[in-house]
Design a protein around this ligand. Structure first.
Ligand code: GDP
Length: 315
């Protein structure tokens, strides 16, 4: 769908890691009416407030980058909040977008929607072919429900509501709280603090053998804009970088990029999660999109943001 530069685009979650990258990307691309609301301005859990907002602003395009997210431990410990909050926020948003005339909606899911033991790299048609990874099945189920809601609006009401599935993401505005964060910001913080304190090692959760794929949020934002303009199908589409690394390799790369020469201590009491999660990105590539930011460069960028924003970063 061709987007006009003066179309009103609402980015839900524009203060978060993903939403802020998309918001910036749209502004950089010349869109003049990109709107966002902080949590205190609009509580996405409040259906009535969401409907009032949509009735007043009538965004033509909606990007749903609002979600309760967290790393393996947070997901494992709070399945109720991950399930309830994500279902409620996405239901409120998607329903209001449909009822108040949005022409296009992009729903963002996650690679954890796919079965734990899906064949690798994971193609879009693996969805719902097997059991989920238990450490984040609540979050995954909420996201699957969001995909189905968008597909249902497409089928029943002809809505151009699409769903993209990004791989593990990192970038500026990430969460650096060691209990609830994902692995990459956790490693950046641990290595940074070890350098400062002169510690000889850093703890790394699990065995170091799981494989993960990492995409910088600027690449994701670029893909989102590409999909908004070029992709009009209800079928999910993967967004990744096409390559994965073991957690051991990731930790070594972070040490190298940050200049830390200590050792890694694996903590077997923490869960490994799914053994591998590499997305098959043939579909988006065939449409003409490719990722651009190499992992080392992306880690250096995320680290710069962390160092420059320590007082405000979530930690
Ligand atoms: P996942 O992709 O849903 O499993 O999410 P995470 O990013 O939280 O974890 C990815 C992998 O990194 C898992 O195997 C974790 O055990 C491992 N890992 C190693 N150290 C850490 C850490 O300090 N924090 C987190 N969150 N994960 C870590």
């Amino acid at each position: 769908m061709k987007l006009e530069k003066d179309e009103t685009i609402f980015v839900a979650g524009h203060r978060g890691m993903v939403g802020s990258a998309i918001h910036q990307c749209l502004l950089k691309d010349g869109f003049t009416k990109v709107i966002g609301r902080s949590r205190s301005e609009l509580d996405l859990l409040d259906r009535r407030a969401v409907r009032e907002f949509f009735q007043k602003e009538r965004p033509a395009v909606v990007v749903d980058a609002a979600a309760k997210v967290g790393g393996i431990l947070a997901n494992n410990e709070q399945p109720v909040e991950f399930l309830l909050q994500n279902l409620t926020m996405q239901n409120n948003l998607v329903e209001a977008a449909a009822d108040f005339g949005a022409g296009k909606l992009l729903f963002l899911g996650s690679s954890c929607i796919y079965p734990k033991l899906a064949p690798q790299p994971i193609a879009e048609d693996s969805l719902l072919t097997g059991p989920l990874e238990p450490t984040n099945d609540a979050y995954a189920l909420a996201k699957i429900a969001g995909i189905k809601l968008c597909q249902s609006y497409a089928r029943q009401y002809g809505k151009n509501f699409i769903s993209a599935m990004p791989t593990n993401l990192y970038g500026p505005h990430d969460n650096y709280d060691l209990h609830s964060s994902h692995v990459l910001p956790a490693l950046i913080r641990k290595v940074h603090e070890a350098k400062l304190s002169g510690a000889k090692s850093i703890p790394v959760w699990g065995s170091g053998t799981p494989r993960r794929e990492f995409l910088h949020t600027d690449d994701l934002a670029d893909a989102c804009l590409f999909l908004l303009e070029k992709y009009d199908q209800p079928d999910v589409i993967n967004v990744g970088c096409g390559e994965d690394v073991t957690i051991l390799e990731l930790a070594e790369t972070v040490c190298d990029v940050l200049g830390f020469e200590g050792t890694l201590e694996f903590d077997a009491s923490k869960p490994d999660g799914t053994p591998r999660k590499l997305l098959d990105i043939a579909k988006i590539k065939s449409l003409g999109w490719t990722p651009k930011i190499p992992l080392r460069e992306g880690i250096a960028d995320a680290y710069d943001w962390f160092v420059g924003n320590q007082s405000t970063a979530r930690r």
